[in-house]
Write a protein that binds this ligand. Sequence first.
Ligand SMILES: [Zn+2]
Length: 332
Amino acid sequence: MRLSKRLAAVSALALCAVALQGQGQAQAQARQQPPAGAFGGAPIMHTIKEGKVYWALSGAVVGYVIGDTGVIMIDNGWPQASGAIKSVTNKPITTVIETHDDTDHINGLYNTPNADKLKIIAMEDNWKQQWTSFKWTEKPKATCPQSPMPPAPNVIIRQPRVETTIDGVKFVLHHFGPSHTGHDLIIELPEYKVAFIGDVVFDADLFPDHPGLPAQDHGMFWKSEKRGTPRGMFHNVDELLKLDVTTFIGGHGNNALTKADLRTKRDLIKADYEKQAAMVRGGMSLEDLRKAVGDDKYGARGGCIAYVDLPWYVYTETKRDMQELKNKGTVK
Ligand SMILES: [Zn+2]
């Protein structure tokens, strides 16, 4: 855990450094290669089932499933990701399943042998997002570098649940609605009672020295510009708890999570959400809400990663609900 925090800190500092570079220099660099800040340090390999299922963390988590003839990766976020499994098998990488489109989860595709021949599986909204938005950042190109387009998904998921067998291994792919983004994909391996859950729940503060996330965010954040929402996370956790799964691998962290871990994290954030929603219903402004929960002491965070804090979601979503109720005539 210590090590993972340190790697995350290195990664966050690198993000910061990229943000501070002169824009011309940063853009020239970005045209040639993905920004270095998207990646962490040397990966640590974890085993779920010897010879079958592994995962490793280097900034973001990557999963490896050894099929009959090749390797199926779950996310592919860093340059060494596709090579790291060579210590286990000589089978080639054939498939990548993306939990979501954030660059720290897909930028290793640049460095994967035969990248143009890979089967790349993703939610439709993920695929659209990759074509329509800036990669690396949603902030203006003028202030943040943009990474080149990685190989695009070519197997598009449109259903909320897909049961399939890939190279002899059973998979169930679930979309439980928006959470970290609008297109989070949960990858369940029923034979191993394991699920890779991307950034729906993760247990590492990605910005520990940067200067850290507000306490009520509990080390997590959601991508508003990709239609993520903490409310969706509450629902996603409800659905994850129903699965016949014992081991959950989040998108950032060296510890596998249990159902109890998911529940605890969700309950902490939900309690804060509900407390703040009551304040908004009582007429509090966003500015006052941030002051009331101590959020005002945190400055701009995340460098070139755009994200907003929990009070922003609570305020925006509660206000929207109040307006909807009013429009329906339920509330005068
Ligand atoms: Zn992530």
